[in-house]
Design a protein around this ligand. Structure first.
Ligand code: GLN
Length: 541
């Protein structure tokens, strides 16, 4: 029997609802249950694919090619369960489906309304693609009280009724702000937030109270009394020094035990050893390396969430702390790269879109190549590495990407056709922006004797993609002549997936996003190897 846990947030946004959901998933999994996590997003975009990274942070891509909310990255990193298209829905998607059905005449002349048509579509989504999971954890985006989230709250209220108390649970995450002048943690915003939930018919079964300080017992009792929740189900969720401590702390506060109690399930205490090992490593590293991340969206670090995580995982694998030096590449248009990059032990250019800041990224590649500093180019970062070699080594005048407009030597060009399984995907330059990139998992064949082959220890790999442009194979011979090896190709040999420089200590560019598949307990081999190279570099300087 699959049980559904709905997680809402109150008082303010950015309380770490995604992380809390992921941590609960990890705890239940550690008790031996099969879990799946989902996110219901109340915004009107069909998916976050066209949203600015400054607005929404990273777009997390699934194997099956969905562009989803970054919280799905937390879910996957904490549980190891690969997210699917069916794990993220938005108001935009729900409405476009409902309207498409209305146009087809599926509603047989009915007046189409939020209740029941939109709420039914939400409920269908929540229950869809469920097989033998013990728990489906559904996080509702936004904060209770937002206009946009009302249909979602109504839908989960109805589900609570339909499936019954024994199959559903409502968890509400709130904040207890500390008021320094009073020297007190305040419970009133939590009381108001629960009132707001009650006004739409939802009585939370458990409260997770985020707080920067210990919550006195008296306040915990007060919350229980005023919010009509058992005392043990008021879970203190205190700030911790590392996010990997979250499953351990929430477990210590009784979170998963209370969930089991709610559902009347007897289960042995979870084994959280793998999280303890990770926390120990994070707290007691044996060294430190500094990585320069030369990007564009450095003012909102959520834009690079999975990347920062994957670099940390590479550190965990090597037992070192990874210090990240976020550099806005535009600075290199005004200032010399040397002063910024010289103190770093590795340079990474992440994924990106558009011409702004591209020349600074190319300068960073040049520095890494010439000074033999480990270089890792991801997606856009691979394309910039190719342009750098084309311009500075192969003498290809005006070498550039057609993403920036027409150019003399398009070493990176628009992808107009590629194979997805047996299907031919086609694109035109004037097509829609949303959902039209090359998305999701594709295989890549690795060249024998290449560094990529050695790092992966496999001939064939599968990685996730999200790009519209590709390195132009017409220039392959010229680029190989100047030392750039094409060490990974699509199985049909048509699309370049990995380039590397055999004459350099560590210089790899990948067209895919390896950061999306890295996990703290299973660091991605490319990140492990890159950090190891940075560690060697740190011993040289
Ligand atoms: N803008 C580039 C493209 O569309 C790179 C995309 C990315 O880095 N994710 O191909």
């Amino acid at each position: 029997m699959t049980r559904f846990i709905f997680i809402t947030g109150g008082v303010v946004s950015s309380l770490g609802k995604g992380l809390a959901s992921a941590a609960l998933g990890a705890c239940l999994q550690a008790r031996g249950f099969k879990v799946r996590l989902r996110k219901l997003d109340p915004y009107l975009n069909v998916d976050p694919g066209t949203m600015s990274p400054y607005q929404h942070g990273e777009v997390y891509v699934t194997d099956d090619g969905a562009e989803t909310d970054l919280d799905l990255g937390h879910y996957e990193r904490y549980t190891g369960v690969a997210s699917r298209k069916s794990d993220n829905i938005t108001t935009g998607r729900i409405y476009s489906d409902v309207i498409a059905r209305e146009r087809r005449g599926d509603y047989l002349g009915a007046t189409v309304q939020v209740i029941p048509h939109v709420t039914n579509a939400i409920k269908d989504f929540v229950k869809s693609d469920v097989t033998d999971e013990d728990f489906i954890l559904c996080e509702i985006g936004g904060t209770v009280g937002d206009i946009e989230s009302l249909p979602f709250l109504e839908a989960i209220r109805q589900l609570g009724n339909e499936l019954g108390r024994e199959r559903t649970m409502f968890i509400h995450l709130t904040l207890l702000p500390y008021i320094p002048s009073a020297g007190e943690l305040k419970t009133k915003p939590t009381q108001h937030s629960v009132k707001e939930l009650l006004s739409v018919g939802i009585q939370p079964d458990l409260l997770m109270c985020r707080s920067e300080r210990d919550i006195p017992d008296s306040e915990r009792k007060k919350i229980a009394l005023f919010c009509n929740v058992r005392y043990e189900a008021v879970i203190p969720a205190l700030d911790v020094d590392t996010i990997y401590q979250v499953p351990i702390s929430y477990h210590d506060q009784g979170l998963d035990a209370q969930v089991c109690r709610h559902f009347h399930i007897d289960s042995a205490a979870p084994n959280l050893d793998r999280w303890r090992t990770i926390v120990d490593r994070v707290r007691q590293p044996e060294g430190e390396v500094t990585i320069a991340v030369v990007g564009k969206y450095t003012s909102l670090l959520d834009s690079y969430k999975s990347l920062a995580e994957a670099l940390t995982h590479g550190g965990i694998a090597n037992n070192v702390k990874v210090r990240l030096n976020w550099i806005d590449s535009q600075i290199f248009e005004r200032e010399d790269v040397v002063q910024h990059l010289e103190p770093c032990h590795g340079i990474l250019v992440p994924g990106g879109f558009g011409e702004r800041g591209a020349s600074g990224k190319i300068e960073a590649v040049r520095f890494a190549r010439e000074r033999l500093v480990p270089y890792f180019g991801i997606c856009f970062g691979m394309q910039m590495a190719v342009i750098e070699s084309a311009r500075n080594l192969a003498g290809l005048k005006g070498a550039s990407s057609t993403e920036f407009g027409p150019c003399e030597n398009p070493v990176v060009g628009l992808m107009t056709e590629w194979l997805k399984g047996n299907l031919l995907e086609k694109r035109v330059a004037t097509g829609d922006l949303g959902g039209t990139l090359r998305l999701g998992a594709y295989d890549c064949a690795l060249k024998r004797d290449s560094r990529a082959r050695e790092i992966y220890g496999a001939d064939m790999i599968s990685e996730r993609h999200r790009h519209r442009f590709e390195v132009n194979m017409d220039y392959r011979a010229q680029l190989e002549q100047v030392g750039l090896s094409f060490s990974g190709l699509s199985p049909d040999g048509v699309l370049p997936e990995i380039v590397e420089r055999p004459d350099h200590p560590w210089f790899i560019g990948v067209q895919f996003h390896p950061e999306l598949k890295s996990k703290p307990f299973d660091p991605h081999p490319l990140f492990t190897s890159f950090i190891a190279a940075a560690l060697r570099q740190s011993r040289l300087v």
